[in-house]
Design a protein around this ligand. Sequence first.
Ligand SMILES: C/C(=C\C(=O)SCCNC(=O)CCNC(=O)[C@H](O)C(C)(C)COP(=O)(O)OP(=O)(O)OC[C@H]1O[C@@H](n2cnc3c(N)ncnc32)[C@H](O)[C@@H]1OP(=O)(O)O)CC(=O)O
Length: 299
Amino acid sequence: MAVFSSIGKRFCNQALNGSKPSRLHFQSIRTLLLQSASESVKVHRHSDADSGIVQINMERPEAKNALGKDMLRGLLNSFEAISTDPTANVLMICSSVSRVFCAGADLKERLTMNVSEVRATVNSLRSTFTFLEALQIPTIAVIEGAALGGGLEMALSCDLRICGEDAKLALPETGLAVIPGAGGTQRLPRLVGKSIAKELIFTGRKISARDALSIGLINYCTPAGEAYSKALEVARDINQKGPVAIRMAKRAINEGLEVNMASGLDVEEECYEQTLHTNDRLEGLAAFAEKRKPLYKGK
Ligand SMILES: C/C(=C\C(=O)SCCNC(=O)CCNC(=O)[C@H](O)C(C)(C)COP(=O)(O)OP(=O)(O)OC[C@H]1O[C@@H](n2cnc3c(N)ncnc32)[C@H](O)[C@@H]1OP(=O)(O)O)CC(=O)O
């Protein structure tokens, strides 16, 4: 489905949470509703100079964006569609629900499941977030309010995390007598180190955006309500770069960090090679020589 829409004032929950609005809240951001992946997941494409920026909005207010079956299916469908779209350059994952990014696993649905259904659901959460992490394009989690359990695990699967200062982040699963099962035990320590990750997972403690910034869990802590504006600024910056270069830089970093330095440098060489034969590389040099902005086509 493709419907022109404007996500202007309600593009993300920060516009609804009663906090002081930033200038950007009053801009109408023109987007195209590409896909209603499910009742609770909507995919928008930004237009004009921002085409290349794709945005997923989670919209399940009655359950604070908890990851029930419909939401999870919608997210996976969206990620799959974006993975095959050569014109998508950067993805922002947002919430349309006030004061919450995502409340994690759907605990009411979970109550009705037997052991094998729980196992299948957790496996599905884990594989969906692994798919998200493996997307070739940069991904940004835009967090205002609560990012808890599976909600934080989704954000951990993104490349960047940008939070309003009222955000609260936690992996509270041990308080429910389970462990973070959607990648949290693996991605959190890789990001913040073993010792801090253990403390956060053992205690389930909620931390503020400022504390999250200080331990390297997030990239920016903005004034409350301004995470979206900052994320859009970063997305616009990325969207203007050579698309093949951005994909190759992400691949080189992700694959290189899983191996030793010598093999990592081989990965870098292989990724550089992919940029060598693009018209965009020549366009970058021509634009420099002609003192103008480059116009990249992703080829
Ligand atoms: C991925 C794996 C595990 C997990 O993710 S475990 C889940 C971890 N998440 C939580 O423990 C969060 C629980 N929710 C809250 O702490 C709060 O609801 C909130 C998100 C901080 C919001 O608080 P607020 O006061 O604004 O709202 P309410 O608490 O009144 O909630 C409104 C409404 O939403 C329902 N709800 C909230 N969270 C969930 C949820 N996770 N699942 C289902 N429903 C949720 C809440 O019950 C209220 O509904 P009512 O019918 O109105 O009571 C690993 C693995 O998979 O195992």
